[in-house]
Write a protein that binds this ligand. Structure first.
Ligand code: GTP
Ligand code: MG
Length: 584
């Protein structure tokens, strides 16, 4: 294990902790993917427990968390406020409409407030006193949403009462801050837990994600009453980083279901409906009109793009107020089930999230992943690789999907489009792992394992938790856990895979070197995870081999100097080397 070195950054002052601005202390709804307000749950959530799954408190099902969050979001409003207001007066004004459960402020091209009422009626009451105003020559499109502007009636007279409002940050820490924190950590395990703590979704960010879905649902409901817009992907699966996109599913299944059991007597009633030639065409038509609707009438929805010919048709847009990049899909229930599976894996053992976050940050820092689609590995695939690796440990850290299927009861049975998506939804039925390996060891072993994996002949399979012969010739084959004939990493090119392998070997090598060298605190070098997040010297195998002849300490020091001299973050420096980028 590396000694806790004092880096070049160590002399910089460390900023205070993120201010807790959600108040009053709310009822805890968070799943494993968010920072929880309860200190004991926070420990579990942050993966502070050293090894294994010591947590014995009952864990919520994915569906329970989704239901509670959704209901909470329906009682919540989003308000664009004047830059400086009196928080006390603001709350007093709003509480005319009913008691407020909690609220927080955040900044995003203006000061916004998220206010959760105790009752849904309060929202209707607030809407009933709200006007729609056309500005100048522009004509307002009348839409009574839950997204408001708050104006001061007499700004001049209220200036003296205005005060600075504490704002909740919706962004991850800067690279500089992250490096300070990592270099000041006590161990590699501590580094991984620190990274998780800094990057995971906060309670406020999770609320904002559910609220955004709920606001989009209001718009979609104008066409399809009783539809649901549900978040999926990393926003809810436990692996979301601050700044990640917001994947949404327009769920129309509830519409047809609602009155099925009330049919009685000799007759059956059915709605008259129009039909499309296929499910795909129906999905494209529905998303097309919702896309138009968001574009023309959706408050705060900008840059709407309809990407209807993709394998999974979607509408992409930015939600300006929350700052989220949103991908709205429909008829995509398998993706929701994948999110539930990942939620379970993320919650089973405190080490899983810490390892996934670090590997994702490592991959991003070395441009192995990108926010642009292409021939590179995706975060989803990387997560599957970590899960597979953890299933391969002895004893395993995580169970296989087939094992989770054996724990399922009748209620868990789930077949989607002919694919068996059954597994237990009750986390409390799954026995904790007996594996007690440290995060440091797991990180090192992950790089060793995939640095030497026979990608040319083997497939990664989390359903069975063992390597299998590749059924086709894609460079990287990761079996889709539910649609088992599909490869989730079909897009990855041989050169991108090679880059991944080279970097994995390089990173394993750096960690092994540190074991030997034991960098001293006086050596002023980044160490452990911090060293792994530095720009790669491995642009090709030959380049890497050449570099390996130099001692790690010297290489890392040179790299650090190059970062310092570039003076920029997340960019290309003058020598053409990449600087650290850990943002999603
Ligand atoms: P981020 O990079 O943090 O957004 O991770 P993510 O897990 O949200 O990934 P992304 O936004 O790319 O995709 C959202 C969800 O769609 C994933 O969590 C998966 O459930 C699903 N998904 C993404 N890519 C694939 C794929 O190639 N195949 C299948 N079957 N599902 C996918
Ligand atoms: Mg996503």
């Amino acid at each position: 294990m590396a000694a806790g070195g004092v880096s070049l950054f160590a002399r910089l002052p460390i900023c205070g902790q993120r201010s807790q601005v959600l108040r009053p202390i709310h009822r805890l709804l968070s799943g494993p993917g968010t920072v929880a307000a309860d200190p004991r749950r926070e420990e579990q959530s942050l993966g502070i427990a050293e090894t294994g799954s010591e947590d014995r408190t009952p864990k919520k099902r994915f569906s329970e968390v989704q239901k509670e969050r959704r209901e909470q979001a329906q009682r919540t409003v989003l308000i664009l406020c004047p830059n400086k207001i009196s928080e006390k007066k603001f709350l007093k004004y709003l509480s005319q409409h009913g008691p407020i459960n909690n609220h927080f402020f955040f900044e995003s091209f203006g000061l916004y407030a998220v206010v959760e009422f105790c009752q849904k009626d309060s929202v209707a009451s607030l809407q009933s006193v709200t006007r729609i105003l056309s500005v100048g020559t522009e004509a307002a499109i009348p839409f009574r949403s839950r997204f408001f502007n708050l104006k001061l009636k007499n700004p001049a007279s209220q200036t003296s009462e205005q005060s600075d409002i504490p704002c909740s940050s919706q962004s991850p820490p800067s690279n500089k801050k992250l490096f300070e924190l990592l270099c000041n950590a006590e161990s590699v395990d501590d580094q991984l837990n620190t990274l998780l703590k800094e990057f995971q979704l906060t309670e406020e960010n999770a609320k904002l994600r559910y609220l955004t879905c709920s606001l989009i649902e209001d718009i979609a409901a104008a066409y399809f009453p009783h539809c649901e817009v549900r978040p999926f992907g990393s926003s809810v699966n436990g692996f979301g980083k601050l700044g990640c996109d917001l994947d949404m599913l327009l769920d129309l299944d509830e519409i047809g279901k609602s009155s099925a059991h009330k049919n009685s007597g000799n007759f059956l009633m059915e709605f008259q409906v129009k039909s499309a030639a296929s499910e795909r065409i129906a999905t494209q038509k529905i998303l097309s009109v919702i896309g138009e609707c968001l574009d023309h009438f959706g408050p705060g929805c900008v840059g709407v793009q309809k990407i209807l010919n993709a394998r999974c048709p979607l509408v992409r847009f930015s939600h300006q107020a929350s700052g989220f990049q949103c991908d709205l899909t429909a008829n995509n229930r398998i993706a929701l089930k994948s999110s539930e599976l990942l939620y379970i894996y993320s919650a089973l053992d405190s080490r899983v999230r810490a390892l996934v976050f670090s590997i994702r940050c490592w991959a991003r820092a070395h441009s192995l992943t990108s926010s642009i689609p292409g021939a590179w590995v995706t975060n989803f695939s990387l997560t599957m690789m970590v899960i597979f690796f953890l299933q391969r440990r002895s004893p395993p850290v995580l169970p296989t999907l087939d094992y989770l299927k054996t724990l399922a009861d009748a209620e868990d049975k789930c077949i989607i489009e002919g694919h068996n998506c059954t597994f237990t939804c009750d986390l409390n039925r799954i026995k904790p792992s007996e594996n007690t390996e440290t995060l440091e060891l797991l990180l090192k072993e992950f790089f060793e394992y995939f640095g030497n994996f026979a990608f040319n002949k083997n497939s990664i399979n989390v359903r069975q938790g063992r390597e299998q012969n590749k059924p086709e010739s894609s460079p990287l084959h990761i079996q889709n856990p539910f649609e088992t004939s599909l490869n989730i990493s079909k897009n990855v090119s041989q050169s991108q895979l090679q880059k991944f392998v080279d970097l994995a070997r390089e990173s394993a090598w750096i960690l092994h070197q540190e074991d030997k060298d034991h960098p001293s605190p006086a050596s002023h070098q980044p160490w452990g995870l911090a060293a792994l997040l530095l720009p790669s010297v491995t642009n090709s195998v030959s380049h890497a081999k050449k570099k390996r002849k130099k001692p790690a300490s010297e290489r890392v020091k040179n790299l650090l100097e190059s970062i310092k001299s570039s003076g920029t973050e997340n960019s290309t420096n003058t020598s053409g080397k990449r600087t650290v980028s850990t943002q999603a």
